[in-house]
Design a protein around this ligand. Structure first.
Ligand SMILES: [Zn+2]
Length: 245
């Protein structure tokens, strides 16, 4: 039987692995993931790859093939969550008007314009939250996994900050205000009920971004694109306040 919830997909995967350790990353594993995805959304194919993403042009979901560096059941769980996440993109990130935005992003990045990376990162986080909310409007069945995903994303950014700067982000005298802003923005997007301690200027900039964040996560894909541009504008206007002492 095809699993219809992430929890069922995780459980089915764990049973297969318990019966046969070689099942992980096998054709049969991919077939299970594909049956789960295609029961949720019409995609052209689900394939193994080097990273997990939904390719909008080909409507193919690519899933990162486990390389054995993580325990099998953990790797299978991550894959189940990724299959779920990318199926949300295939379902909700389909506005054809966004093609112009992605072309612009590619051009900015090609030109080495730092605004391109900023826009891409901010848009991706807004869009990830937007599609999870859209899904929750339709069904609460995967609500626990969605909350887990949100917390995991914020934790990942906190860890990246700590690795880069040798100290955690949540202090009023951060090593980097600019990087602290990016972690704080991620927290505001995914965990709006949580607000960690930041530099006073970072908190002020974040407060000025709040309306844009709300519009993005409760609106359309075009709203998320507009909000990413607005947040870039606010960030640029505040650059002098983000210079570290
Ligand atoms: Zn995503």
């Amino acid at each position: 039987m095809t699993p219809s919830t992430v929890a069922q997909l995780v459980e089915a995967s764990a049973e297969h692995i318990a019966a046969d350790a070689a099942w992980l990353a096998s054709d049969a594993h991919l077939a299970l993931l594909e049956s789960y995805v295609t029961a949720r959304v019409a995609v052209a194919a689900v394939t193994w790859g080097l990273a997990s993403y939904w390719d909008r042009t080909s409507n193919v979901i690519v899933l990162e093939k486990p390389d054995g560096s993580t325990p099998a059941t953990e790797a299978a769980r991550a894959l189940a969550l990724n299959a779920f996440h990318e199926s949300l993109h295939a379902r909700y990130s389909t506005d054809p008007a966004a093609t112009a935005f992605f072309a612009k992003l590619a051009l900015l990045k090609q030109l080495g314009n730092p605004g391109g990376d900023f826009l891409e990162v901010v848009f991706n986080r807004l869009e990830d939250e937007r599609i999870m909310r859209r899904e929750l409007e339709v069904s609460e069945q995967d609500a626990d996994e969605i909350q887990w995903f949100r917390e995991a994303v914020v934790e990942q950014r906190e860890n990246e900050y700590a690795l880069r700067h040798g100290a955690g982000p949540w202090t009023d005298e951060p090593v980097s205000r600019g990087d602290q802003f990016m972690v704080a923005l991620t927290e505001a997007i995914h965990l709006p009920d949580r607000r960690s301690h930041t530099h006073v200027y970072v908190a002020a900039l974040l407060a000025s971004c709040e309306d844009a964040v709300t519009e993005a996560v409760t609106g359309t894909m075009a709203d998320a694109i507009g909000a990413a541009h607005e947040i870039l504008r606010l960030y640029k206007d505040n650059l002098e306040n983000l210079v570290d002492d």
